[in-house]
Design a protein around this ligand. Structure first.
Ligand code: ZN
Ligand code: ZN
Ligand code: ZN
Ligand code: ZN
Length: 756
């Protein structure tokens, strides 16, 4: 049995893609003109791979696992104490978490699945997540909840509808309860809800319709087409620092690092994930609505998720998403096409025109640049084989081809579609290699990728309200999606970008990172910027991936690395010297951050006197860090941190890194030992130092900055750090750079504990 790697190796021996690269379609055609015996073996390998990857479900095992988890959940749910609120809250969330695991584990064992939903709905309702509880009842009813108990769920839905202020839904559920035989307590509940409905109708509460309208687009920027420069973006007028320049609604993204986020809206936190029951717990949604909106796309991906094919394909997964989303939208452009070549010509005729920002995203995406023509032979073979594999998959395992064979396209043969589909996947993959973006988000520290933030029992006191002192649990940011943003992709690269990008699920906004003058070009940065990387490192990456040499104004300076070296200035340890130096480039090092390397036998020598530095202060610091729960050694640790000032200048990267370790260690220690005012005073100033350093290195609206601000906000919430109203205001204003779901939590925390 061959896996993906062996299959691709065998297949690459059968094909020959060398020669002049023409385009994606011609490349794919080369796979289809193999001599008959090779062709048969090539296709057999693909089929075998898809067969080998099958992961059948054992319904009985799923049912048993799910039942066990649900019963665990029931036990925890019942153990909640009516008197102790904190305990009750913790039990409710722990139960929700177990019910969620039961729902995931049930897969398509529908009896268990429906019971899991019903029980989670009950716990969510008790906790106050009414919308999600409502959804869970509906999901339980969908998946075959026992008839004789259904009135319980309908009553719960009615109750949730009342809490959600949704009169229409409340009325609907009350009327379906009308004819049923109910016991005394249910009859009472019904009467109460009828009263509520009257009240709601009397006050004529209009359902707030979420405005579907797009914000009127400010036209801060224009796109210019210019022969030698290519497309680029210019400021039409002066754009003040912090102003939003443009906003883009992504149609395609895929989760990365196997993190379970909503596949439709990229919601990360989630309290009631709804899984697809058919693909082994690998796909979830934040709501039934999101699941429904994503149903078509998922119907083409479900089988691939089931055999875990997609995680092996890297960028080609996002390329597949682009195909599934955009090709059906482009079909109307293909009238009268008879074969693959004509289809390809029609599609390519949509590209290459002067850029229209009003063009649909499908056309914008077809227009993105690609460097497949400059790719290494191995790279080209790999992406071609991925595209072929996905095309065979779509044909064999899904009904995607049925969508294509409609209207005037009915007569195009499957063979022609094989070519076009594989060629389009290859094209998108090539484009995404140089245009794909990755989005980051704040997540709780050390949260496993299959856990859900809002269900962590120790964190929350009520829906979306953290407990006092727990904001720093959200001090981590992580990459969560690979996302297609064709409009943002029009920005050229500079080593110091003029924009700051905010990712909020699929809504991506770009702000001016500094004042941009009228007529100036607007730049993104494709690599780490000049404050965070060495110029030769960036140049290598830009050449390797993006195939160009940067000659931005940072790169044209004589001292190209001065912005980076600012964070790497040492003072020589030798008393005779004591000069300030930046280390010469270190052997086998991509940067000056030697402490991040596993091999710590790094010799750093003073570039003035040439003597090797001992760095005993570094070892001392690390040793003390291990013992920061002991008050005496903790005091020495603060001293050791102060002592760093002798050797590490300004916002030295190493000092910032050690500040981070110290802060994390002390906050972790706080859970077991008592910290006094002296500790808090020390911590305050170390956190302020760290924040100032991050602001200098990455800006005070970066996710890095906001995530570390959580430590200071916790100290303020504990009344252990005082700061001016003006400072509070500017801290509060950074929340604007968070995604909506995270901002809500930060704002609640601020209102609950900081500025009550
Ligand atoms: Zn969603
Ligand atoms: Zn599925
Ligand atoms: Zn540059
Ligand atoms: Zn020296």
């Amino acid at each position: 049995m061959f896996g993906l790697a062996e299959t691709f190796t065998k297949q690459s021996e059968l094909i020959n893609l060398t020669g002049v690269y023409k385009n994606e379609l011609e490349t794919i055609k080369l796979l289809h003109i193999l001599p008959a015996d090779r062709n048969t073996y090539f296709n057999k390998l693909t089929q075998q791979l898809l067969g080998n990857l099958e992961q059948p479900t054992d319904k009985q095992i799923c049912a048993e696992r799910s039942r066990f988890l649900r019963e665990e959940g029931n036990r925890v749910y019942k153990s909640k104490s009516a008197k102790n609120v904190a305990n009750s809250v913790e039990c409710l969330l722990a139960a929700c978490r177990l019910y969620t695991q039961a729902i995931l584990a049930a897969e398509n064992a529908y009896d268990e699945l429906s019971l899991g939903y019903a029980n989670r709905g009950m716990a969510l309702q008790d906790f106050g997540y009414f919308e999600q509880a409502y959804d869970d009842c509906a999901a339980a009813l969908d998946s075959g909840y026992p008839q004789k108990l259904q009135h319980k769920l309908i009553m719960r839905q009615a109750h949730c509808a009342w809490k959600m202020g949704d009169a229409r839904k409340l009325e609907e559920h009350l009327s379906s309860l009308r004819g049923l035989e109910l016991n005394q307590s249910y009859r009472q509940q019904l009467e109460q809800l009828k009263q509520q409905l009257k009240l709601m109708e009397n006050t004529q509460r209009l359902e707030e319709l979420k405005s579907q309208q797009q914000e009127p687009r400010k036209t801060h920027e224009i796109i210019r087409e210019n022969g030698s420069r290519g497309r680029h973006m210019l400021a039409k007028e002066l754009i003040p620092k912090g102003d939003q320049i443009f906003k883009e609604q992504a149609k395609c993204f895929v989760p990365i690092e196997q993190r379970l986020i909503c596949q439709r809206c990229a919601s990360v936190l989630m309290c009631a994930p709804i899984p697809c029951p058919d693909c082994h717990q690998r796909v979830v949604y934040c709501s039934r609505r999101c699941r429904q909106l994503h149903a078509t796309i998922h119907s083409y991906e479900c089988a691939a998720y089931r055999c875990d094919l997609l995680k092996m394909l890297g960028v080609s997964h996002l390329a597949l998403r682009l195909l599934l989303t955009y090709l059906p939208q482009l079909l109307s452009q293909l009238h009268g096409c008879k074969n693959a070549t004509e289809i390809w010509q029609s599609l390519m005729s949509l590209t290459g025109h002067d850029y229209h920002e009003t063009a649909p995203q499908s056309v914008q995406s077809l227009n993105m640049i690609s460097h497949l023509d400059k790719a290494s032979p191995e790279e080209l073979v790999y992406h071609t084989l991925c595209a072929n594999l996905l095309q065979v998959y779509l044909h064999k395992c899904t009904n995607f081809y049925d969508v294509l064979k409609t209207g005037s396209n009915k007569n195009i043969s499957s063979e022609d579609w094989h070519l076009v589909i594989a060629a389009l996947i290859l094209r998108f993959a090539g484009q995404l290699l140089v245009n794909g973006h990755v989005a980051d988000a704040i997540i709780p520290i050390s949260l496993p990728s299959n856990e859900f933030a809002l269900l962590q029992p120790s964190l929350w006191q009520s829906p979306h309200h953290l407990r006092l002192g727990f904001l720093h649990k959200l001090s981590q940011s992580a990459l969560i999606t690979a996302i297609n943003l064709p409009y943002l992709s029009l920005c050229n690269h500079a080593c110091s970008p003029s924009i700051r990008t905010r990712f909020d699920g699929c809504t991506v906004s770009n702000f001016a990172a500094e004042e941009i003058k009228s007529g100036e070009e607007i730049f993104n940065c494709y690599t780490l910027d000049c404050r965070n990387s060495l110029s030769f490192q960036r140049q290598a990456q830009l050449q390797d991936v993006y195939k160009f040499n940067c000659c931005c104004n940072k790169c044209q300076r004589e001292k190209q690395d001065q912005d980076y070296f600012k964070f790497h200035r040492y003072r020589c340890e030798r008393s005779e010297c004591q000069e300030i130096f930046v280390p010469h480039s270190l052997p086998n090092q991509e940067n000056c951050s030697w402490w991040l390397q596993p091999d710590d036998n790094v010799n750093i020598s003073c570039s003035i006197c040439g003597k090797t530095q001992l760095f005993t202060w570094y070892d001392d610091f690390l040793q003390l860090l291990e013992h920061c729960q002991e008050p005496k050694l903790r005091r020495q640790l603060y001293k050791a941190f102060d002592n760093l000032n002798n050797w590490l200048l300004d916002y030295h990267s190493l000092k910032l890194s050690l500040a981070k370790e110290l802060i994390e260690a002390c906050f972790a220690a706080k859970e077991g030992v008592h910290l006094n005012d002296f500790d808090y005073g020390q911590l305050s100033s170390i956190i302020e130092f760290q924040l100032a350093g991050i602001a200098a290195q990455s800006g005070n609206n970066s996710l890095e900055y906001i995530s570390k601000l959580t430590y200071l906000l916790d100290l303020i919430a504990w009344k252990k750090h005082k700061c001016h109203a003006q400072d509070l205001k500017s801290m509060r204003s950074t929340f604007e750079y968070l995604s909506e779901e995270t901002r809500r939590i930060f704002v609640n925390y601020y209102n609950d504990f900081i500025e009550q």
